[in-house]
Design a protein around this ligand. Structure first.
Ligand code: BTN
Length: 257
C-alpha cells in the first residue's frame, strides 16, 4: 500500500483522457484559468494532438492512438524560479526511470529530451507561471513515441519509439504508461522536498546522453569535437572544448546527431 500523496489511485482519478486537443499544455492552461481550484497533479492525456508544441517554438508531431501526449499541473511550494532547472531534473529522471522499467536504456539529452540508442523517444515542455520570485504553477507536458513503428524519412534517423527499441516489440498500453510516468515523476517530486537536490542532479548526470565521450557539436557557429563533463545545478552544460572547460546555456550549443 502506497502512502504517498500522489498514489496511483489518486493519479488515475485525476487523469482526464480526451479524444483530441490542439495541445495538452494549452488545454490544461485554459482549464487552470477557468476552473479553480484544480487539484495538483491533474493530468490531461489526449489520444490525438493536432498542434503540439515543443521547446523553443518547435512543433511536436504525433500520430493518433500510437503515442502518448499528456500534461499535468504542479503547484510547487516556495520554489524559486531561479531553481527551475530542478523541475527539469525531477521530470527527466522520472521518465528515465519509468522507461528503464520497460527494459529501455534511456539517456537524458540535456536539457530535457530522452534518448534511447542515439534516437529521441521523448520530449518535455515545462511552462511556469511565476508569482514574484517563485514558481506558482508549472505545466509539465510530455510527449512519448510509444507504438509508432515508422517515421517520416526526414526524422527517421534521429527519432524512435519505445516499441521499436524494446526487445519484445509488443504493443504498449499507453494509458498504463501515462500512469506509470506520473507515479514515478510525482514520487520523485514529492520526496525532493526533503532530500538533497544534489543527489538528484548526480542521478541526472549519471544517465546523461553522450557524457564523457568525444562527440560533435555546433559551437560558436562551427562544428567542433568536444566532451560533455556534467550539468550543474543552474542547468548549464560543462563541456571540454580544445582542452578548455566551457559552460553553455541551452541556446549556445547544439548536438550534431
Ligand atoms: C520538445 O521535444 O521540443 C518538447 C516536446 C513536448 C511535447 C509535449 S506533447 C504533450 C505536451 N503538449 C504540447 O503541446 N507539448 C507537450
Amino acid at each position: 500500500m502506497q502512502n504517498n500523496t500522489f498514489s496511483r489511485l489518486y493519479l488515475r482519478q485525476n487523469l482526464i483522457v480526451l479524444d483530441e486537443v490542439s495541445s495538452t499544455n494549452d488545454y490544461l492552461k485554459e482549464l487552470l484559468s477557468n476552473i479553480k481550484p484544480l487539484a495538483e497533479a491533474t493530468a490531461i492525456m489526449a489520444r490525438n494532438q493536432t498542434h503540439g508544441r515543443g521547446q523553443r517554438g518547435s512543433t511536436w508531431l504525433t500520430t493518433k492512438d500510437e503515442n502518448l501526449t499528456f500534461s499535468f499541473a504542479l503547484y510547487p511550494k516556495n520554489f524559486l524560479s531561479s531553481k527551475s532547472f530542478d523541475l527539469n531534473v525531477i521530470v527527466c529522471l522520472g521518465i528515465q526511470k519509468t522507461l528503464k522499467q520497460y527494459g529501455l536504456d534511456a539517456r537524458i539529452k540535456w536539457p530535457n529530451d530522452i534518448y534511447v540508442n542515439n534516437r529521441k523517444v521523448c520530449g518535455v515542455l515545462i511552462e511556469n507561471r511565476l508569482a514574484g520570485a517563485n514558481i506558482q504553477t508549472s505545466i509539465v507536458g510530455v510527449g512519448v513515441n510509444v507504438n509508432q513503428i515508422s517515421f517520416p524519412k526526414s526524422i527517421a534517423g534521429k527519432t524512435t519509439s519505445m516499441r521499436l527499441e524494446s526487445i519484445a516489440k509488443d504493443e504498449i498500453d499507453i494509458q498504463n504508461l501515462c500512469l506509470g510516468l506520473l507515479t514515478t515523476i510525482l514520487t520523485i517530486y514529492e520526496t525532493s522536498a526533503c532530500i538533497d537536490k544534489l543527489s538528484l542532479l548526480r542521478d541526472y548526470n549519471d544517465c546523461l546522453f553522450r557524457k564523457g565521450v568525444i562527440a560533435s557539436f555546433l559551437i560558436d557557429g562551427a562544428e567542433r569535437e568536444a566532451v560533455i563533463r556534467e550539468v550543474d545545478e543552474r542547468g548549464l552544460l560543462h563541456v571540454l572544448v580544445d582542452n578548455q572547460m566551457r559552460t553553455f546555456d541551452n541556446k549556445e550549443i547544439a548536438y550534431i546527431i
